[in-house]
Design a protein around this ligand. Structure first.
Ligand SMILES: Nc1ncnc2c1ncn2[C@@H]1O[C@H](COP(=O)(O)OP(=O)(O)OP(=O)(O)O)[C@@H](O)[C@H]1O
Ligand SMILES: [Mg+2]
Length: 317
């Protein structure tokens, strides 16, 4: 029996866990709030939610997920591959690695999110050719050109799923004097949101609280208004993609033009996101298979083929 090999995508919105030989075994909203510690050194996990992520810290998160996958009593300590956003500082790398060891890992490796996304999207990252991957998550959109197993040019912008939800909520508040929560805004984005106007458009009833009367009210809203609401955030993502293309060395850019770019992350599921990217850049764009799982799958594959991908990993000193 071999020790467990676990790849973890600790995303802003979702934590996704990939186990060698099993594939994706777990997908949960990030975090898991810690109400109190009872002195036994064992945090009590009581809730999930975004702000809890900050309170909780990586170690407890990792411990929680390792326990869920391996059980509380372990004969073998797992080997971990954890994805980190590109450009994390050396102090942050050290902190994540130490947290993984304290959380019970025998060994922990780190990989940058765009590389993991590309591996998970079955892009041959180790070859000399240039590949462009765009991962749109909850917190950030990361754009990278990858060649010879490394990132050649990249940009990371805080314009992704959460900002799209905020933009929708703000739009509805201003245009309809209606307060809606972020979960409702996300639901609207998923149900009818489109990166480009649609004809015919989709519509949806949205319930919120009237800002003036203070009472519940329902409106009907259309995809094209949602596109309008999301436009400034989408433009930020487009700006970052254009900047990466402009900085890409000519030979690699020519590969990207030939092969097209690949879209991963939950944001890849937004209607017409690929079409908008193609329209703005003139380069073909493809949505990866199971875009939400690319990063987790990539962390798992990187661990499974550690020697092959070793030079693509983040060095921790
Ligand atoms: N069908 C859909 N259409 C549009 N957006 C979607 C869809 N499904 C999921 N999303 C969005 O995808 C985002 C989550 O994606 P993902 O799990 O890749 O993020 P993450 O990895 O947790 O975040 P990050 O990489 O920024 O840390 C959420 O904002 C969610 O609203
Ligand atoms: Mg992510």
């Amino acid at each position: 029996m071999f020790s467990r090999q676990i790849g973890i995508d600790l995303g802003t919105a979702n934590v996704i866990v990939y186990v060698r030989g099993k594939g994706i075994v777990l997908t949960e909203p990030s975090v898991v709030a810690l109400a109190k510690e009872d002195g036994s050194n064992r945090p009590r996990i009581v809730a999930v939610g975004e702000e809890a992520r900050l309170m909780l810290g990586t170690e407890y998160m990792l411990r929680y997920f390792i326990n869920k996958v391996c059980g509380q009593v372990r004969i073998f300590q797992p080997q971990l591959m954890i994805c980190v956003p590109s450009g994390v500082t050396s102090v942050e790398r050290r902190a994540v690695k130490d947290a993984a060891i304290r959380a019970g890992a025998r060994e922990a490796h780190l990989i940058e999110e765009p590389l993991a996304a590309a591996i998970g999207a079955n892009i041959p990252i180790s070859g000399p050719s240039g590949n462009l991957i765009i991962d749109i998550g909850g917190g950030t959109a990361e754009i990278a050109v990858i060649s010879l197993g490394g990132i050649v040019v990249s940009r990371s912008v805080r314009a992704a799923g959460n900002k799209l939800d905020e933009a929708i909520a703000n739009f509805v508040r201003k245009r309809y004097n209606l307060m809606i929560g972020e979960r409702t805004a996300e639901d609207v984005k998923i149900q009818i949101g489109s990166a480009l106007p649609m004809d015919p458009e989709l519509t949806m009833e949205v319930r919120g609280r009237d800002l003036i009367a203070g009472l519940p009210r329902t409106i009907t809203i259309g995809s094209n208004e949602i596109s309008e609401a999301m436009d400034p955030v989408l433009q930020q993502i487009m700006g970052a993609v254009k900047a990466v293309l402009e900085e890409t060395p000519p030979e690699l850019a020519s590969d990207v033009i030939d092969k097209g770019m690949v879209l991963s992350g939950g944001g890849a599921l937004l209607r017409n996101m690929d079409k908008l990217l193609t329209q703005v850049t003139g380069v073909a764009c493809y949505v990866a298979e199971n875009p939400l799982y690319c990063v987790a799958k990539g962390t798992g594959l990187a661990l499974e083929h550690l020697d092959f991908f070793r030079r693509s990993l983040v060095a921790v000193h």
